[in-house]
Design a protein around this ligand. Sequence first.
Ligand code: NAI
Length: 349
Amino acid sequence: MKLSKKELHQLIQTKIQRAGLSKEQAEIVSDVLTFADARGIHSHGAVRVEYYAERIAKGGITNQPHFEFKKTAPSCGIFEADNGSGHVAATKAMSEAMKMAKETGIGAVGIRNMSHSGALAYFVEMAAQEDLVALSVCQSDPMVVPFGGSEAYYGTNPIAFAAPSADERMITFDMATTVQAWGKVLHARSKKEPIPNTWAVDENGEPTTDPTKVNALLPIAGPKGSGLMMMVDILSGVLLGLPFGKHVSSMYHDLSNGRELGQLHIVFNPAFFTDLTEFKQNISQMLDELKEITPANGFTEVNFPGERGRLRETRYEELGIELVDDIYTYLISDTIHENKYDHKNKFAE
Ligand code: NAI
């Protein structure tokens, strides 16, 4: 089934609102999820709606959270999220970080006690749209074997970065520190497709191509990915006084309790470091120079981070966003959730 961005947005918003969030919050959740599907990040779009709806309905995402932002210094602060929606908390916290960066050059906001916030690109792009540069990292539930280990310890701990240019292009680098995000396994599962044997291991620690047999994911680039995961967990967990490593709550363990997750946004105002116009022109120059590079065998050109997602968005605007049938059927139904996710193991089996 193919839907326009507007149709998809409306369906997601309605479902999240019916699950129990206010209209304002449901709209933000839908903004972030629709953004993900529109960019082709299907692992973090509509595929997640039923999970969020179940968690909201069971109280594990606070439906009327008491959000509180406390400035702890001119350039930093803590956003207490009261286990509310991660999408809403991360959006509001980014606005606070941007405000501080505009005034002081840097704004760093740690979000405490939030729920899953989805595709981090959405939040860093908020800053880049206003001529700021942003970095965001967050923890996720332990499902990754550290380099040299046979048991999961870290999450897929993503890192996102965005920067503006002097033209309509924007750099949006956004990745899980695993070979693939867990959501990609979930997406393969929903489409009943195999996964490459480099993504994950089964319960014996052996590489698997069956998305239903995944027991742990693998970090990117061995020890380097393991190190990045550790860095993310320290910045978004330990630094904020939150559970870390294997103590981070599981997405599917108990949907009636808050997840107590952390995320850190750091926003830089280029105007406090260099000349803003020159900065943006240099980013544009960098992108132009990448395009001038002779492509390697098998490539037609060098793509910069975020470029392909934006091309997909343009294509989807013409053709519509393709939704898996099961997800569409759920979205148009009256069902809030079918009790699919609670007390499943971390891989929702
Ligand atoms: P990915 O592997 O699809 O892309 C990673 C980065 O590489 C992107 O910046 C993309 O623009 C760039 N890229 C991909 N192919 C490229 C190419 N051919 N040429 C140039 N650049 C290219 O992303 P991944 O790792 O699968 O992450 C997907 C999403 O999952 C992200 O939005 C991330 O924030 C989200 N995530 C969220 C978590 C959470 O707990 N909230 C946990 C883990 C991931």
